[in-house]
Design a protein around this ligand. Structure first.
Ligand SMILES: C[S@@+](CC[C@H](N)C(=O)[O-])C[C@H]1O[C@@H](n2cnc3c(N)ncnc32)[C@H](O)[C@@H]1O
Length: 334
């Protein structure tokens, strides 16, 4: 039997080196090792030649991939696991390439964590994604996540009788398109910053409900949103904004709704103490690091802001897996 690793027994040690397999994954993906393997079983020398690596370098990396559970190894050959075939081969509908590109970008940002903390609040963090291509990778990664949990959102949001939806900060537009697909009487207006909206247009060019989608390239905080909508959706937008902008945007959403209209906020929420779930605490740190004002908010904070704006029947509930987020809803008084 293989000797147990001390890291399994000591949570501090485990955390201390927990980044190594993640880095192995990012680098192996950058080198396209999973794509080069595809459905084949190859040696380190063959794979190294295809990836432009010395056989020894290839073998070290491939062994680390196998140790991390990312590849199988047997008889000197390596092959993809079921999970890597599903998540890391570009032809798969579950392909996570853009999410890995985002993780790679965050890797660089998190290298500056100490400086960002020490210079706060004078320093403005490191800024967001470095290039337009990285911004678009973030947008497409949102679409990949949305394709996994859009069913839960559609099941949890009763839109019967609703005819018009405004999706503010729509990203790739995955949720709005799916809600329109699931609700035959519904049309959607997709609103985001112009650069991001261009990506949504591209993503949805061949959508079967394309004629029921309208695109608005706008800054939601500074430009008009329109009015008379039956539903306003704000999915994963508030956590990118500071508290003042959140309140401002909720006020604009309220004005954009028809009377009796529904506001639906879909967000990963933090519990009151800010330490659970762990990804919420890490996300809030990430926002500080990148110089953005946002953070993960709690259900009580969002509910308080909605009630303060005059929304009625304000409710929050966590959606079932694979969704990791909660739905906070409120109605505009009639
Ligand atoms: C984390 S993404 C969420 C995208 C999508 N709603 C989803 O849930 O997958 C946040 C989105 O809000 C958009 N956004 C942020 N500030 C905005 C503003 N002032 N006006 C319009 N869109 C904005 C960003 O461009 C980005 O697409």
């Amino acid at each position: 039997m293989a000797p147990a690793s001390r890291r399994d027994e000591d949570p501090v040690l485990e955390l201390l080196y927990g980044w190594q397999p993640a880095r192995v994954l990012m680098v192996a993906w950058r080198l396209n090792l999973f794509g080069l393997l595809g459905g084949r079983r190859l040696t380190a020398a063959t794979l190294g030649r295809k990836a432009g690596l010395h056989p020894t370098a290839a073998q070290r990396l491939l062994d680390a991939c196998a140790a991390a559970g990312l590849l199988h190894k047997g008889g000197g050959r390596y092959w993809n696991t079921q999970a890597t075939r599903e998540d890391l081969l570009p032809a798969s509908p579950r392909y996570l390439g853009d999410a890995i590109a985002v993780a790679d970008d965050l890797w660089t940002q998190w290298g500056g964590l100490l400086d960002a903390l020490r210079s706060y609040p004078q320093g403005k963090g490191l800024g967001g994604p470095a290039t337009t291509e990285t911004v678009l990778a973030y947008v497409r990664a949102n679409g990949q996540r949305a394709r996994r949990d859009r069913e839960q959102l559609a099941l949890s949001l009763d839109l019967r009788g609703r005819r018009s939806l405004l999706d503010i900060g729509c990203g790739p537009g995955t949720y709005a398109e799916f809600l329109v697909l699931r609700n035959p009487g519904l049309k959607a207006t997709l609103l985001d910053l112009p650069q991001v909206l261009a990506e949504a247009r591209r993503e949805l060019a061949a959508s079967p409900v394309r004629r029921r989608l309208r695109f608005l390239g706008r800054d939601a905080l500074r430009e008009p949103l329109g009015s008379g909508y039956d539903v306003v959706l704000l999915s994963s937008v508030l956590h990118t904004l500071g508290e003042r902008d959140c309140r401002r945007l909720l006020g604009k959403a309220h004005r954009a709704l028809a009377s009796g209209g529904l506001l639906a906020i879909y967000e990963e929420l933090a519990q009151e103490e800010g330490t659970w779930p762990p990804q919420a605490a890490l996300f809030s740190l990430q926002m500080l690091l990148s110089g953005a004002e946002g953070r993960a908010y709690s259900a009580a904070e969002l509910e308080g802001w909605l009630k303060g704006r005059g929304f009625e029947q304000v409710r929050s509930r966590l959606l079932p897996p694979p969704a990791e987020a909660a739905l906070v809803t409120g109605l505009k008084a009639r």
